[in-house]
Design a protein. Structure first.
Length: 115
């Protein structure tokens, strides 16, 4: 049985300034510390704000799973598809992240490896 959990919500920002401002609002509301990265700004581990619009009309929902390859096999066996061009791998070659094709409610779905 494949395990799925909500990892984080990703929101599409228009630029770095907007991403930082949005993250700061979450920090003020809930105390989630802001962490600026290369392509996004996180508010805690719960919300990621992209510095530029990315996948999904509104952003993405990251779904954590201990074994991304097993999750892909599970979803594909049920008729869902992934976008292989979005695959990210760990140094040991293990699949660690991938987007499903399509959107749900304007959000792309992103599988991410979680222990």
């Amino acid at each position: 049985m494949v395990e799925y959990t909500l990892a984080h919500i990703g929101l599409n920002g228009q630029n770095e300034e907007e991403a930082k401002e949005t993250a700061a609002r979450f920090e003020a509301l809930f105390g989630w510390k802001v962490k600026v990265g290369n392509s996004s700004v996180f508010a805690g581990g719960e919300v990621e704000i992209m510095k530029n619009p990315y996948r999904g009309a509104y952003g993405h929902i990251a779904v954590g799973t201990p074994d991304v390859a097993a999750a892909v096999a599970d979803l594909e066996s049920r008729g869902y598809t992934v976008d292989p061009s979005t695959a990210k791998y760990k140094a040991d070659g293990t699949l660690n992240a991938i987007y499903l094709t399509g959107e749900i409610g304007g959000f792309a779905i992103h599988l991410v490896g979680k222990k």
